[in-house]
Design a protein around this ligand. Structure first.
Ligand code: UN1
Length: 512
């Protein structure tokens, strides 16, 4: 192994057990179950979790409805107090929970901690929101009448999350849903149930400190696709928020729509950055490196396509290739590691398949090979791949959940924007430029077609204050900040007559 490749210094299984116990997760939930859980750091089995059945889901929904019926009458600012206490638990256990994210999802230490920070941030946001669930007052056309809008709790919210943000995505949904007066049911990724168990334990502590939270307000359903399907099909669950692949989202979205449920879908991205001739290339290089290689390319916001103006191509790409060649890969717990493992063998195979297709199309590929295979045959570490390619062939339009950055050359901004938007996904995007006209054009109606569009930062690493989500095959849902809370409530339009007459709208007369 070369200097930039880092081996594990300490065993994983013992550390997982220690962290779970520190976080107050009962042994019974992770020691003797039927479903094995692997750490991607070494590929070893670190726990066996118990699984829910479809019948358990139905029973959990019964409890969730009872909890909802009590919770919806608790004043919203008081509901905010529970979320404040959850934020306090997360603050107190940030180090341990962040560590567990590292052990179970393979994120480097600062990204594991960052994910917990994102949870703390959304709790703070939701606490403030609990006093700001505003409706409008609307001018009525009738004398002596007033119209207004009321926002009411909607019911149990089903939350389906992915392995790559195993805890933060739950919190974006749950913190909002809870202050909105809803109960929550969480089906985490089958690849990352341990972090979910830990969050559930912290939630339960917060509920005890709160005193009087209804039993079953937040429930965890560990299991596979059949658990997700039972939740998705249950007509008593009005909102399903699902994060994951477009393939999964198409199934969930169709099933929820069939029963007139509401879905919040946060699916695949194929995020690009455009580099213009005026760009600050030092800054662009750092922004690109984090967005493309960070989290081993396993964020939905990961930078996957780089569209570079021909005027700066020969300066930027060799520098980027050098960064790709020297980045630290290995045990994510080691200081200096920037790229941890892929989640599993399937992720590795998907990556190699995509690279083979690009190679067959004549692409020039830097990196992409497996490393540390002799040390850990069951773990999948790769050097991130930089792929110079002439045109946006099919594989470039596809989201491969691995660190592959396709680089395309372009002649000017109109061509760059055209290439940028010519993919089925529409999550996040960015432009590197110091030209105001280019920046504003990119952000305008004729610019990026994504839910997130940035200037002089990469497409990943969004803050929780903004609405998060995207267009087209990304699913159209919005989570987290801004007014995303509205998706977790139902809206009632109210008309109040405070006069003695009964005028009808639109001048209709109906005298009996
Ligand atoms: C995801 O990968 O599912 O913007 C979410 C980001 C993070 C969230 C990513 N705040 O990269």
């Amino acid at each position: 192994a070369t200097k930039d490749i880092r081996k594990a210094q300490q065993p994983v299984t013992e550390e997982v057990a220690h962290v779970l116990r520190t976080l107050g997760v009962p042994d019974s939930s992770w020691r003797n179950g039927t479903r094995p859980v692997r750490s991607p750091i070494t590929g070893e089995v670190v726990a066996h979790v118990a699984e829910a059945s479809a019948r358990d889901v139905a029973h959990a929904v019964d409890r969730s409805i009872a909890a909802f019926e009590a919770w919806r009458t608790v004043p919203a600012p008081r509901r905010g107090e529970l979320v404040r206490l959850l934020g306090e638990e997360l603050r107190a256990h940030k180090a341990e929970l962040g560590r567990l994210v590292t052990l179970e999802a393979g994120k480097i230490v600062s990204e594991g901690l960052g994910e917990v920070q994102e949870m703390i941030d959304i709790c703070d946001f939701a606490v403030g929101l609990s006093r700001q669930l505003y409706g409008l007052t609307i001018a009525s056309e009738r004398p002596g009448h007033r119209m207004m809008e009321s926002w009411h709790p909607v019911g149990p919210v089903g939350i389906i999350t992915a392995f790559n943000f195993p805890v933060a995505v739950w919190s974006w949904n749950a913190a909002l849903a809870l202050v909105c007066g809803d109960s929550v049911l969480w089906k985490p990724s089958e690849k990352t149930p341990l972090t979910a168990l830990a969050v559930q334990a912290l939630f339960e502590r917060a509920a005890v400190a709160f005193g009087g939270a209804p039993e079953g307000l937040s429930q965890l359903l560990v299991g596979g696709a059949e658990v997700g399907a039972a939740l998705t099909d249950d007509t008593r669950v009005p909102v399903i928020s699902a994060t994951g692949s477009t393939r999964m989202g198409r199934i969930v979205g169709e099933r929820v729509a069939r029963r007139f449920g509401r879905s919040i879908l946060e699916l695949g991205g194929n995020n690009a950055a455009i580099v213009c001739p005026s760009a600050d290339l030092d800054l662009a290089l750092r922004g690109i490196a984090f967005a493309a290689m960070g989290t081993a390319g396993q964020r939905c916001t990961t930078l996957r396509r780089l569209i570079v103006n021909e005027g700066v191509y020969e300066t930027l790409i060799p520098r980027l290739a050098r960064a790709y060649g020297s980045v630290g890969i290995g045990d994510p717990r080691e200081a200096g590691t920037l790229i941890g493992p892929l989640i599993d063998a399937a992720a590795y195979e998907g990556m190699q398949k995509a690279l083979a297709e690009a190679r067959a199309a004549g692409a020039r590929i830097h990196g992409g090979e497996r490393v540390l295979a002799a040390e850990w045959p069951d773990a999948y570490y790769v050097r991130p791949a930089l792929v110079e390619i002439d045109s946006q062939i099919d594989i470039v339009k596809h989201e491969t959940f691995a660190p592959i950055l396709y680089v395309l050359r372009c002649a000017g901004l109109p061509e760059a924007i055209k290439l940028h938007n010519a993919v089925p996904q529409g999550l996040s995007s960015s432009i590197f430029t110091n030209d105001l006209r280019e920046a504003e054009t990119f952000l305008s109606a004729e610019g990026s077609d994504c839910g997130i569009a940035n200037v002089n930062i990469g497409p990943s690493g969004a803050e929780i204050g903004g609405a998060f989500g995207g267009e087209k095959e990304t699913g159209g849902g919005r989570e987290s900040g801004s007014d995303a809370w509205k998706a977790y409530m139902r809206r009632a339009t109210n008309t109040i007559n405070y006069s003695r007459a009964l005028p009808l709208a639109q001048g209709v007369s109906f005298d009996i």
